[in-house]
Design a protein around this ligand. Structure first.
Ligand code: ZN
Length: 438
């Protein structure tokens, strides 16, 4: 059936008149019954976060997501958009997505009064019904709700007339989902305006009282510490969030790796990147470009680049000042050792370690050592196929084989079975003086 293009056609089509929360609830119920994926791309929250979120939506609550930085809160909020109808009707040309059956702006009320069933209708897609804002101390009422338009005032209109309003983000998302990230950073005065518009459905702008009966789902995020800190969220607004959802960091390394893959943007520039599940990428692209390798495969030697890029993103206590690099380096070595033990415990390294029985033998690697040099240095190595199998490598690729070998060398070093000398971006692995340790 063709979509209605006028108010009259819409009435004749018995289009259901429902609020955005009723719409989300109905669509969520349908999908739960059909067993369809509800929050695509959200990993590791199935049993902990999503049930609470679903209950909140079914209850018709505004929602608050509490969690630390990097817990996919914003990503989660955006997936709620998938629960909106594929399209909903609105009065053509309306700044606030007016519902054809119950317009809230003066322009559309006048239009419907004049045109009646001939009032033109357009249809809105889900992404036109979503907006998000990061709260900051300088966020204004004008940003969120609106302002009096001085030009229109100068034209001599009545100041209390809605036509003098320049609408902000929330009215422009009327009939949709409004997300405000880090709500406690919003000044108290703005929080009060937000509460008024949601609860009382009117708001004072520059001393003028404006009535705006908005229909929205409000989803906000906050850091749990800020949220519990007294006074950071004004209590009437706090009471509006019928459902609190606590997020968390990934529970399992495999979820964490999937999330990292999700967050990774390709950096390649034409060189195909192959990512073994135990590594990451930018330094590998640099090596491939510099040494003309056919593909960029990350190796353990590249992890020093991760350290540098992590330092600005990890929060340290003041007592740790000056030791940031050491702390991260230690965490990285521990992580490598954990992965080595998990993936390669019990593996027979006698073929590889046997090479190091010769005290003059050593394997050199660096950020710019190509895979062929690394593999060439070890020659035909018994047990290499088995090692690759243990690491889940299925393809024949010199780059991946070199990465696996370097990972084994590093793991053997961290478990004290090989020596390692480091110099800048280079490393030399040699036989341990006491190879029975570890
Ligand atoms: Zn309107």
């Amino acid at each position: 059936m063709a979509q209605a293009t006028t108010l009259g056609e819409l009435r004749a089509s018995s289009y259901p008149d429902r609020t955005v929360k009723q719409e989300l609830r109905a669509n969520l119920l349908d999908r739960l019954e059909l067993g369809r994926e509800l929050f695509p791309g959200i990993l590791g929250f199935d049993d902990t976060v999503l049930p609470g979120l679903e209950r909140g939506i079914l209850a018709g609550h505004d929602l608050i997501l509490l969690g630390e930085r990097g817990q996919a809160k914003t990503r989660l909020v955006r997936t709620i958009v998938n629960l909106l109808d594929d399209s909903v009707p609105a009065i053509t040309g309306c700044e606030v997505n007016d519902h054809p059956f119950r317009p809230i702006c003066a322009r559309c009320r006048d239009l419907v009064a004049a045109e009646g069933d001939a009032t033109p209708i357009t249809w809105l897609a889900p992404d036109e019904r979503y907006s998000e804002k990061l709260a900051t101390p300088d966020t204004s009422v004008a940003d969120l709700i609106g302002d009096v338009d001085p030009i229109r005032v100068a034209e001599g209109r009545y100041l209390a007339d809605e036509l003098t309003i320049h609408y902000g983000m929330i009215p422009r998302t009327h009939r949709g989902i409004v997300a405000i990230n880090e709500l406690p950073d919003l000044p108290e005065r703005i929080q009060v305006s937000l509460f008024n518009i949601l609860e009382e459905r009117d708001v004072q702008i520059r001393g003028y009282r404006i009535r705006l009966p908005l229909d929205i789902l409000l989803v906000v995020t906050a850091n749990p510490d800020d949220y519990t800190h007294r006074g950071r969220i004004v209590s009437p607004l706090k009471d509006r969030f019928g459902t609190q959802v606590r997020t968390h960091y990934p529970d399992t390394p495999s979820d964490e790796i999937l999330i990292m893959d999700q967050e990774t943007r390709p950096l390649t520039g034409g060189i195909p990147v192959r990512i073994p599940v135990f590594m990451i990428q930018a330094a590998a692209v640099r090596r491939a470009a510099r040494t003309h390798e056919p593909e960029a495969v990350p190796r353990p030697i590249d992890l020093s680049a991760v350290l540098l890029s992590s330092e600005g993103r990890v929060e340290f206590d003041t007592v740790e000042e000056g030791r940031e690099h050491d702390i991260l380096a230690r965490a990285l070595r521990q992580a490598e050792l954990n992965v080595f033990r998990r993936r390669l415990s019990g593996h027979d390294f006698s073929g590889l370690l046997g090479r190091f029985d010769d005290p003059s033998f050593a394997v050199d690697t660096s950020e710019l050592t190509p895979a062929s040099d690394l593999l060439g240095g070890l020659g035909d190595l018994p047990g290499l196929a088995k090692l690759l199998e243990r690491l889940g490598v299925q393809e024949e690729s010199p780059g991946v084989a070199a990465s696996a070998l370097e990972f084994a060398l590093e793991g053997l070093h961290l478990s004290r079975r090989l020596n390692k000398d480091e110099d800048g971006g280079a490393a030399r692995y040699a036989g341990a003086e006491d190879s029975t340790a570890g």
